[in-house]
Each structure stands twice: as C-alpha cells, then as structure tokens.
Design a protein around this ligand. Structure first.
Ligand code: UFG
Length: 325
C-alpha cells in the first residue's frame, strides 16, 4: 500500500486510474482544479480542489499525506485548441508541471508517472512507432509534452527524481459499472462524436478519405482506458520498487481506420451513424500505431480490453448512463 497523489484525477484517464489504484488498496488523493475534470468522478473525501500553479498547497498536501508517488494527468489535451491559444498550453501543461515538480522537491517526493502522448512524434517516418524515434511535435500541445519529458530527464539526473512517461495513443472506452467514461467539453474525440451523431441525427464529419490507407481514412491505435490505467499502475509499482526512469508507448500495436470504427459503432449500437465526408484535418498523420513491445516486456503489461468491439461496447454503455443522468 502506497500513498499516491493523482493530479487530474477527476478527468478521463485519471479517474479510471484512481479507481483502479483504490481497488488495489492504495491510499489515493486527487488534486484537480475541476477546470476540465468532473467532481462526480471522485469521492468527496479524496478530492482536493487545487490548481497546479499553487505550489505551496501542493507541497502541504504531499507533506500531510506523506505522498510516496505522484501520477500526473492534469493537463489540457486538445490539439486544435493548442494551435489557437498556445500560451494556455505552455502555461498550464509546462508551467503547471514545473509547479508540481517544485512542490515534489520541497516535499521530498521522488517518483512520478507522467501522461505523455503520441503527439510527441508528429508525422512519424515509419509505423509502428518505437520510443527511440525523434520528438517532432506539430502542435503546442505535443510540444508541451516534449518539454515536460525533457525537464524530467534533467530532474532524474540532478534531483534523483525517477519518472515514467507514458505516451498514449488513442485512449477510449469506459468503465460503465463504475460510472466512469469519456466526457470532454468540447468533445473532439471520434467515438463520442459518433455516438453524438446517432443521438442527434446531425452527421459527424469524417476528416478526409484520401489518405494512403485501405479505405482512405486515417488509422489510429485505440487503447481501452482500463488497459491504460493498468499501465499507470505497473509504472508506479516499478518506481516504488526502485525502478529507473523511462518512457513507453502505450498503445496496442493494432490500427483501425475511421470507417472501421464507425462500422464497429453501428454493429454494437444497431444504429446507423449519419456522417458526411469532409476535408482532412490539419496535422492529422495518415497512420499512428504504437510499437508497445517495450512496455509489454519491461513492465509486463498486456492489453486486455483493447478490442475495438469491447471498447465500443463499454463506451456505449457509459453513453447511456451519461445521457440518463
Ligand atoms: N476524426 C474524424 N472526425 C471527427 C473526429 C475525429 O474523422 O469528428 C478522425 C480523426 O481525423 C482521426 C481519428 O478520427 O483520424 C481519431 O481522432 P481523435 O480526434 O479522436 O484522436 P486523434 O488521433 O486526433 O488524437 C489523439 C489524442 C490526442 C493526441 C493524439 C496523438 O486525442 O490527444 O491522439 O497523436 F495528441
């Protein structure tokens, strides 16, 4: 049993991870300013409504809780938004992380699991992507994650802060039995938008069907949020056992086209998805698929629920609950 602080634990991946940590008997506290997360995702006695920029409060919280490790999710995640207001992304994602790192240093906490992203690779020269491929982000969002990964490298060297960066591919799915799932505002992710099209009858736009892929739509590596949560737990266990700093791709190694996901949604829901074909979205690579061999070998991670049908089933079950709220 360890004392774990989860920043951004009221958000999508953070809430699933916090839930699994609690199920494994850890003492979990959540720090979230609720700017994008949801109060209903966290039990009130665990929730500390605090901004990442508030270094003294974070320090006090970690001292009081005798925190052993931090899992740091709190960040903005919208690629498109980051190109419109880049300063917001650097302030929140980089500035916020620095504030947290200062608080950790003050409080003597030396273990951190960090939410990174496949966006650090930009348009990769080849797929599947391995961790040694260069950082070539195409958005302030991706750059903000690169910057924090680099800072973590220096903190390892000169502060003895051990960290694991998990570079997520396309997180999706839900744990409907726990009432947890994806609910971003505004929503930009494919699966929730396909459900919205079913619900409202307003067509979803497919961003481009002229890519060099079997059906012309983009290929992505969809990873179930429960499997992602598992990866965080293995990462934090590794650090708590004295493991070294590292970075891992968190994806399944299999890719699906946008149209394949749309068909899976139609199959699971038994409903037609109204859609229209639109132009490509800026910055979308044709194919993003992870080579996650390193994560599987080093941390003994195995994706269990990342089949497209299981993902859509769980996401759809959550969608019914969310709409009924
Ligand atoms: N898509 C559409 N129409 C939509 C929304 C999405 O066709 O209305 C397509 C996209 O073009 C893409 C696929 O569906 O091909 C998945 O799009 P998402 O927006 O759901 O996810 P992304 O692959 O763009 O982004 C994800 C994460 C980002 C992360 C990125 C890494 O959400 O945080 O992977 O490359 F940066």
């Amino acid at each position: 049993m360890a004392n774990i602080l989860v920043t951004g634990g009221a958000g999508y991946i953070g809430s699933h991870t916090a839930h699994q940590l609690i199920a494994r008997g850890h003492n979990v506290q959540v720090a979230d300013n609720l700017s994008r997360g949801h109060r209903h995702n966290v039990a009130p006695e665990r929730l500390h409504v605090v901004d990442l920029a508030d270094t003294p409060r974070l320090t006090a919280l970690m001292r009081e809780q005798q925190t052993d490790a931090v899992i740091h999710f709190a960040a903005y995640i919208a690629v498109g938004e980051s190109t419109k207001v880049p300063e917001l992304y650097f302030t929140n994602n980089v500035g916020g992380s620095l504030s947290l790192l200062n608080a950790m240093t003050e409080a003597g906490v030396r273990r951190l699991v960090f939410s990174s992203t496949a966006a650090v690779y930009g348009m990769p020269a080849r797929v599947p992507i391995t961790e040694d491929m260069p950082f070539e982000p195409l958005s302030p969002y991706g750059e903000s994650k690169v910057m924090v990964e680099k800072i973590l490298g220096w903190m390892d060297q000169f502060r003895g802060l051990r960290s694991i960066a998990l570079r997520y591919f396309n997180a999706c799915g839900a744990e409907p039995d726990s009432g947890l799932g994806e609910e971003h505002e505004p929503e930009t992710h494919l699966i929730p938008l396909l459900f919205r099209a079913i619900r409202t009858g307003q067509p979803v736009t497919i961003f481009g069907d002229d890519y060099d892929t079997p059906d012309g739509t983009c290929i992505r590596d969809y990873i179930h949020v429960s499997d992602l949560a598992d990866a965080h737990i293995l990462a934090v266990d590794h650090l708590l056992k004295g493991g070294a700093s590292d970075a891992f791709n968190a994806g399944t190694g299999s890719g699906f086209t946008v149209m394949e996901v749309l068909r899976a949604v139609e199959e699971v829901t038994g409903r037609k998805v109204p859609y229209s074909l639109g132009p490509r979205r800026d910055g979308d690579p044709a194919t993003l698929v992870a080579d996650s061999t390193k994560l599987q070998r080093t941390l003994k991670w195995t994706p269990r629920r990342s089949h497209i049908k299981a993902i859509v089933q769980d996401a759809w079950a959550f969608e019914q609950k969310r709409v009924a709220r």
